[in-house]
Design a protein around this ligand. Structure first.
Ligand SMILES: *[C@@H]1O[C@H](CO)[C@@H](O)[C@H](O)[C@H]1NC(C)=O
Ligand SMILES: *[C@@H]1O[C@H](CO)[C@@H](O)[C@H](O)[C@H]1NC(C)=O
Ligand SMILES: *[C@@H]1O[C@H](CO)[C@@H](O)[C@H](O)[C@H]1NC(C)=O
Ligand SMILES: *[C@@H]1O[C@H](CO)[C@@H](O)[C@H](O)[C@H]1NC(C)=O
Length: 414
């Protein structure tokens, strides 16, 4: 507590004039959490995981999404069904219907994140257009038994990460157009998995700004007062947050050039092109089942392995900058202006943000785990998916045919 107070004092002294206030534009929480999201309703054709992401109707009917007695939103993998060989397991992927433009701030408060062998959860955003032309921001992502989060941006070539002195995380890759994206590893402990839950969860905040993309993570005990005191309607003052975990200043990445407005995504997949890669899966989980293969030892069979494969979320909130309430406008305006694209309606808010996160020392510097080598969101049909065959309904797709071809190869090899 003393060190937290000291940090806050230093932050105040270092930047007395950089108070930036954000106005709430959307609160996803409680009974209305699941309003305003699209459910994927198809197989995982993005990371080739062994899941079927349910549509809205089935997701509620099979209780893979619900609001629990504590008024928290739960999103989970099916941990009840006995999945036959060659079939996928049901899971959830939801995307906000609203896209939030440069000038936004997003805050997620969760008490539990999905984890376990084969499990690959993510909290991320993607541009409204082509991938990766309109950008992707990976805020929380982990696989298998990782206990340290990693963050990344994915863009076209030309956006790179210059590590500023006030970034708390460790830079792992500078080129945001690499398959891994420009990765920063979290150093604060308890940012994923069982340790995250044991610490009572935590909060992520992402500032998506003309000045750059800045991501903070606080374990429950370290959440700053402005976030603790916030309500589902109040504005947010970010001036005393201290340095971010990942800091991508616009000096080497023109944010408005590489990012469109972003939709926010929450999903859980299984195995696939990162968690299921033998070089990732085997060291962490290879001995957790009889075959050492991600799909065979986890997805197939009873669901009890997925008892911890769930998000439990207090809220997700979206804000815009400027201290001015959003007002309707006919068209998107210039750089430095926040807008929310919501179907037909476009709302803009004036802004003058140039927030520079202030350098202070964070208590509890930790070290990231060794198993957090990144993999991109690039669908890679050439990655072997052991014994995974899509259902008849998707046989027409070229990707599906490729998968089948590869499955046969794998079966022969076995
Ligand atoms: C994945 O499937 C969805 C839903 O069927 C479809 O809209 C999308 O275009 C597909 N993406 C790829 C990369 O094939
Ligand atoms: C950043 O990109 C925007 C949109 O493409 C462009 O208008 C602006 O001039 C660029 N800024 C710099 C500093 O290159
Ligand atoms: C499945 O997971 C939930 C937590 O999401 C847990 O409450 C339940 O006991 C688990 N097992 C079964 C069989 O539902
Ligand atoms: C796709 O898979 C192939 C074969 O495993 C690999 O050489 C290539 O690097 C992968 N590409 C990406 C973008 O991951």
């Amino acid at each position: 507590m003393l060190s937290l107070l000291l940090s806050l004092t230093v932050a105040t002294i270092a930047s007395p004039t950089l108070v930036v206030s954000y106005d709430l534009v959307r609160d996803y929480s409680g009974q209305t959490f699941f309003d305003g999201w699209d459910f994927f309703g198809s197989w995982d054709n993005l990371t080739l995981g062994d899941v079927w992401w349910l549509n809205r109707n089935d997701a509620f009917k099979q209780r893979l999404v619900y609001v629990n007695d504590a008024q928290r939103a739960v999103l989970k993998v099916d941990n009840v069904s006995d999945v036959p060989f060659n079939e996928k397991r049901a899971s959830i992927r939801i995307t906000t219907q609203e896209a939030y433009s440069v000038g936004s701030l997003w805050i997620l408060d969760a008490v539990h994140l999905p984890f376990g062998c084969s499990v690959w959860p993510a909290f991320w955003t993607k541009g409204t257009g082509e991938w990766p032309d309109t950008g992707e921001i990976d805020i929380m992502e982990g696989i298998n038994l990782m206990t340290s989060n990693q963050m990344a941006l994915h863009t076209l070539p030309g956006c790179t990460h210059t590590t500023p002195p006030n970034q708390m995380g460790i830079t792992r890759e500078n080129d945001c157009s690499e398959p891994s994206g420009c990765v920063v590893a979290e150093t604060s402990p308890d940012s994923l998995g069982a340790p995250f839950a044991a610490a009572g969860g935590g909060v992520w905040a992402v500032q998506f700004d003309v000045a750059g993309v800045f991501m903070w993570f606080w374990s429950r005990a370290n959440i700053p007062p402005s976030v603790i005191q916030a309500t589902s309607t109040s504005p947010m003052d970010v001036s005393q947050w201290g340095p971010p975990s990942a800091s991508y200043p616009s000096t080497s990445c023109n944010i408005t050039q590489f990012f469109s407005a972003q939709n926010i995504v929450l999903d859980i997949t299984l195995c696939g092109s990162w968690a299921g890669l033998p070089e990732q899966y085997t060291p962490a989980c290879g001995s957790s089942g009889p075959t050492g293969i991600c799909y065979n030892d986890n997805v197939v069979g009873p669901g009890a392995r997925f008892d911890d494969a769930f998000f439990e979320i207090n809220y997700l909130r979206a804000y815009t900058t400027g201290g001015v309430a959003p007002t309707p406008s006919a068209a998107p305006t210039a750089i430095g202006t926040a807008l929310i694209v919501d179907g037909a309606a476009t709302i803009t808010a004036t802004t003058n943000v140039q927030l520079t996160p202030t350098p202070v020392s964070r208590p509890n510097g930790g070290v990231p785990s060794d198993d957090d080598k990144p993999a991109g969101e690039v669908p890679n049909a050439s990655i072997a998916q052991p014994l995974q065959i899509p259902k008849i309904s998707v046989l027409a797709s070229l990707t599906a045919l490729l998968l089948i071809a590869l499955s046969s190869v794998t079966i022969v090899r076995l």
